[in-house]
Design a protein around this ligand. Structure first.
Ligand SMILES: [Ca+2]
Ligand SMILES: [Ca+2]
Ligand SMILES: [Ca+2]
Ligand SMILES: [Ca+2]
Length: 341
């Protein structure tokens, strides 16, 4: 069994041998590769995910998810099968999750825009039969969502440079942006095989099981991926402070460094106020003092300041307009100045 928490090993020659067993469509090569004696259990093969695009019509983010595999030519025309599963009984995949396409690509020669660049494997199409076969595998995770694909593969001459671990089984998956946290960190299983009894469909062993996605951002001001730039986002920026004197950005907080100077301070708040107003279609940047970010400074904003006067808070909507960590007369002066600007 794979451990969800074990750190993945980097390249190892046995990884290729293990991977070879999985996509090979029949033949003695597959049998040789599946020898358990040459599969050290501590080796894990990385899942390589990459944000690809956002489909604004369907409201879906699209990621490319790739794992290294080996291939070999079948002796005769064979149906190659592959797929993946996402989730467990305790953490099911969101309903919006789907696998759009599958390809076999060459890591170094691929045009990443191509769905299929190893011609022998062109034509993977979604298959309910393969999906059901994956679900019925004994070691398929209970409660996971399966997606199966099949392609008819004829005997072919493998590319000469595939002996050096350059081939990738590449899935394009999509899901609603708001479901990011139900996909990221969840358990993923890969399956591959064929209709040849010498290489039947099975779950891939020794592949990293936890899918860790790089985060996407549809707007630079939307830090919580809910597609609106609002007070929750501004408060998330301010929460790493007090930012008035400047806080050095880290890998975890660099998303808040909107002007890219490695310091998070009020200049980034200014950038946010401008970007958020632009994102929401407002003509002018939001102003400091606009506690509820409704585009105008009025009695409600004053009330937000008054209710928290002399309190320590990092929250914009509680009246800390200068990121000092306290609501005081400085914040009121900022509000009053912008009232007339
Ligand atoms: Ca947001
Ligand atoms: Ca900055
Ligand atoms: Ca207001
Ligand atoms: Ca303040």
């Amino acid at each position: 069994m794979l451990s969800r928490n074990r750190s993945a090993a980097s390249w190892h020659p046995f990884a290729l041998i293990t991977a070879c067993a999985v996509l090979v469509c029949g033949g003695a090569f597959a049998i040789a590769c599946t020898s358990p004696a040459i599969t050290p259990p501590e080796i894990e093969i990385e899942i390589e995910p990459e944000f690809e695009s956002y489909d604004s019509v369907l409201n879906r983010v699209i990621y490319k998810i790739e794992v290294e595999v080996g291939v070999a030519s079948p002796a005769q025309q064979t149906q190659c099968q592959c797929g993946l599963g996402l989730g467990t009984a305790g953490a099911t995949a969101p309903a919006s999750f789907s696998v759009l396409s599958v390809a076999v690509r060459n890591r170094f020669t691929s045009n990443s825009d191509l769905d299929y660049d190893l011609p022998a494997f062109a034509g993977f199409a979604a298959s309910n039969a393969v999906t059901n076969s994956i679900k019925s595998l004994g070691n398929f995770n209970t409660g996971a969502t399966a997606s199966g694909f099949a392609a008819t593969v004829n005997p072919f001459v493998p590319p000469v440079d595939t002996a050096d671990q350059k081939l990738l089984l590449s899935f394009r998956v999509s899901f609603a942006p708001e479901d990011f946290n139900a996909v990221n960190g969840n358990v993923m299983q890969f399956a591959a095989g064929s209709n040849d009894p010498t290489h039947s469909l099975g779950i891939l062993n020794n592949y990293k099981s936890q899918l860790i996605l790089p985060p996407f951002q549809l707007s630079t001001c939307d830090f919580n991926f809910d597609q609106v730039c609002d007070i929750a986002d501004l408060n998330a920026l301010l929460a790493i402070g007090p930012i008035k004197a400047g806080v050095s950005s880290t890998d975890q907080t660099q998303v808040f460094d909107l002007d890219g100077d490695d310091v998070i301070n009020n200049q980034d708040v200014d950038e946010w106020l401008s970007a958020a107003a632009n994102d929401e279609g407002a003509a002018d940047a939001y102003k400091r003092g606009d506690a509820d970010l409704n585009g105008q400074i009025d009695f409600n904003d004053f009330l937000a300041w008054l209710l928290h006067f002399r309190q320590q808070t990092l929250l914009w909507n509680e009246g800390d307009f200068d990121g000092s960590g306290v609501v005081d007369f400085t914040d009121l002066i900022i509000l009053v100045i912008n009232l007339n600007s």
